[in-house]
Design a protein around this ligand. Sequence first.
Ligand code: CDP
Length: 430
Amino acid sequence: MTYHAIAIDGPAASGKSTLAKTLAERLGLVMVNSGAMYRAVTWKILREEIDPSDTESVIRLLDEMDIQCGHVGSLSTIRINGTDPTPFLREPEINANVSTVSAIPQVRDRLVALQRDYLKRTHVVMEGRDIGSVVFPNTPFKIYIDADPSVRDGRRSGDGEIDSVSQRDAADRSRKTAPLVVADGATKLDTSALTISGVVDAAIGILGQQGFPLPKQAPLLPNEEPPTPMRWIYWLGWMSFGAAYRTLFGLRIIGDENLIKAGPVLIASNHQSFLDPPLIGNLYKTEMVYFARKSLFTGIGKWLYPQWNAIPIDQEKPDTSSMKAAIRHLKEGWRVLIFPEGQRTLDGEICEAAPGIGMIAAKAGVPIQPVRIFGADKALPRGSGKISMARITVKVGPPILLSPEEFKAYSNKEGYLALTERIMTAIKAL
Ligand code: CDP
């Protein structure tokens, strides 16, 4: 799977972090603050009372450092020898010494490798000085942001920080290894006269021009669930199933940070059990749309299933009306759950998918969220009415965001098949 990298570079206090954070939330990416990595190494050096200009000693200490980079939600995290230095990273001594440390090639090599590692696991928006030029030179998504020196100085002192922005900039621009430059292919954005939302809008415009797969139909909302209350009948099912999952099956969610919580999303999951739809529904705090086999819509089910936003589907033959209903709901902004395999698995393995999901995904033009369920087949196996106390795990994968070109390529029968295949591969990889 290839992940997208958005590179944001620029001088100190140009607004990189705020922009990167907002883009991460809106587009469902992980924001990596590469400056925090250089700051963290600087913190450790100062803590060990090593002079940052004593390059040999710095390199010796660097070799002993265990640097762990990860992410929680959409934000990057860092630990050095097990300690999270985040609270100390904006202290005056670090501001004063970070440029000296970051000019050491061995420090850069070590951190650039860790920065590139992120892209093996997730889509990222990474901000720094050399992201577009050195870390991800091949990414087409590059923005260089800048602002007048007086504006940038004012921003820092406005934050109450003691930081000589101009000195740091001069050092970062003039160093030999990976100096601050406008990377090849980067679009410049001057933020001096822009508000935060103005910067974000401009950046989204630039990314669109650079071909970034912005969700086609999706209004760009913060990645937070809107506070729409559930109707009581939906809430009742959601709450009872959720409580049961947690107590009986020790429900574990992995990859929650990948979850797109706002706007329309097509959720593609493997199918193991009757427990699956409310299991996915419990990932969110607002209502969503499901499909249920036609034969369930009898007796009380005829009333209850529509209350739970279930749309009937004919499993015996391709059901165009239910596919159209899925596309319509996605275009209206709903999140919709589809089980591409159609039927529940008999042996826990993932079965062959019907091409319907590829068509729905291509026509709806929304982000696709691959999800894999483990253990529900043991908790309530198909064909058995008996519940066992098996542990259920749900893994949420990074969203598949298609570019306008990809949507075009997937817009015929072969395309639907290829997209189905891509979605299934993403589920199986979880
Ligand atoms: O937030 P601010 O713009 O002040 O700085 P930062 O992004 O936290 O970066 C702090 C320092 O780390 C910079 O002044 C650079 O010396 C160094 N840095 C770097 O060399 N390369 C990067 N990709 C990011 C930061």
